[in-house]
Design a protein around this ligand. Structure first.
Ligand code: HEM
Length: 414
């Protein structure tokens, strides 16, 4: 009997009910690290569960293509490539040499040195949100997943790409619809081609005025860099420009939000670990890395084989889909001691949550820096916190995480 046909690995309903399928991944890593999956209503794919193969695939983009798509599509869900979201050219969906040209547009803005210009915004957002919680009074309740974990990356990213505060909520709604279309509460269950066309239109309406404004009045912000980008001396095309806004905002928001929510849940449930960063906030960067490993918000990325080949003694055919489960690689016992222990002092922490090789996350420093600001505030100011209900999972299998994290807390004023 096969370990799995893949259902637990990719079905949003499974994640909503159970969270990620760690036990299945454990068996796959041990017994079938390149495993054929064929689930009803999803294109057939190879599940890749160990770091070893994830790294080979990620650093060989000429054999393992991103262009045909990075997510698994339900076979009954058509994406229109002519119009809307499907027509946008996005750096994450391209291969060299085009990928390298597109990446160069924004990568200089994301270096640690260049990100210094965002520090004041990041710190202010973190402090403000923790101040707001502290203001609530002596002992209060909040949903950290719906509250602070959402608001902090949202505020910071909107500032980076020039979305005014008044439109933050609109953009959040669109992002939820894009990443959790199956989750009724977040994405409204909007999964038809017509829904996706409409979504593309709404993104266009949001981003177009920003592009026009930054072309007329360029500054040194990320919005201006994207709006005025040139590739080989030519103005970047409109689908590339909009695609860039889309990827920066969306890749940056949901992921950081889920890393925060998943990480908070662990800090709360492991008071001994939280105490370590309370006693010594210089440990916050290591703690943040562990939160990211633990949550692994980008559950997987897909690649498509460009020709017949062999991977760890398994024959792969041209056109086959390979799905790299980072969350599984981040529990790989050949890389991590005691991978199921949440350990804020873990160092080195060779997780793959930001991917590896050619498409390594452009926003990794940004995400780390944003998360550190808020975890630092909490380490210094939380007097008590505890769960007051079970955390609930989002109904999604691509960008995964907690939807609800009900908490009772007492926080010191600044
Ligand atoms: C904890 C938070 C984050 C996680 C876990 C994460 C994860 C990832 C992963 C796994 C990839 C690799 C995709 C692949 O190999 O195909 C990626 C790519 C990317 N990420 Fe992130 N990301 C995070 C935050 C951010 C932020 C804050 C931004 C921007 C503000 C961002 C922008 C991007 C972009 C532009 C790419 C595409 C890079 C390329 O194709 O060369 N990410 N991210």
């Amino acid at each position: 009997m096969t370990i799995t046909d893949g259902y637990e690995l990719v079905h949003p309903e499974y994640y909503a009910k159970n969270g990620p399928p760690y036990a299945v991944w454990d068996r796959l890593r041990a017994e079938s690290p390149v495993h054929r999956c064929d689930v009803e209503n999803v294109e057939p794919f190879w599940a890749i569960t160990r770091q070893e193969e994830i790294k080979i695939i990620s650093k060989t983009p000429e054999l393992f293509l991103s262009e045909p798509g990075i997510t698994l599509l339900p076979t009954d869900r058509e994406i229109d490539r002519e119009e809307g979201i499907g027509a946008m050219r996005v750096v994450i969906n391209t291969d060299p040499p085009e990928h390298r040209d597109l990446r160069k547009v924004a990568s200089p803005w994301f270096t640690p040195r260049s990100l210094k210009r965002m520090e004041a915004v990041i710190e202010q957002s973190a402090k403000q949100l923790v101040d707001d919680l502290a203001k609530e009074g002596e002992s209060c309740e909040t949903d950290l997943a719906m509250g602070m974990a959402v608001s902090h990356p949202l505020r910071v990213l909107c500032k980076a790409i020039g979305v005014p505060e008044s439109q933050e909520r609109d953009i959040l709604e669109l992002s939820n619809q894009l990443f959790a279309p199956d989750d009724e509460e977040l994405g409204g269950g909007k999964t038809t081609s017509e829904d996706f066309r409409e979504l593309g239109q709404r993104f266009l309406e949001l981003f177009l005025p920003i592009v026009q404004d930054r072309r007329a009045n360029p500054t040194d912000d990320l919005a201006s860099i994207i709006a005025n980008a040139r590739i080989h001396g030519e103005e970047m095309g409109p689908m590339e420009t909009l695609g860039y806004y889309l990827i920066v905002f969306n890749a940056g928001h949901d992921t950081t939000k889920n890393a925060l929510a998943g990480g908070f849940s662990q800090l709360i449930q492991h008071p001994d670990e939280f105490a370590k960063i309370q006693q010594d906030p210089s440990k916050v960067p290591d703690a943040v890395e562990e939160m990211i490993r633990w949550a692994s918000p980008v559950n997987y990325m897909k690649r498509t084989a460009s020709r017949d080949l062999e991977l760890s003694d398994t024959k792969i055919r041209e056109g086959d889909a390979l799905v790299m489960f980072y969350a599984s690689g981040n529990r790989d016992e050949s890389v991590f001691d005691d991978p199921y222990r949440f350990d804020v002092s873990r160092n080195p922490n060779r997780h793959l949550a930001f991917g590896y090789g050619e498409h390594f996350c452009m926003g990794a420093h940004f995400a780390r820096r944003s998360m550190r600001a808020i975890v630092d505030q909490l380490a210094r100011r939380v007097e008590e916190w505890e769960l007051v209900g079970d955390p609930e999972w989002i109904q999604a299998s691509f960008v995964v995480g907690l939807k609800h994290l009900p908490v009772r807390y007492r926080i010191r004023p600044a």
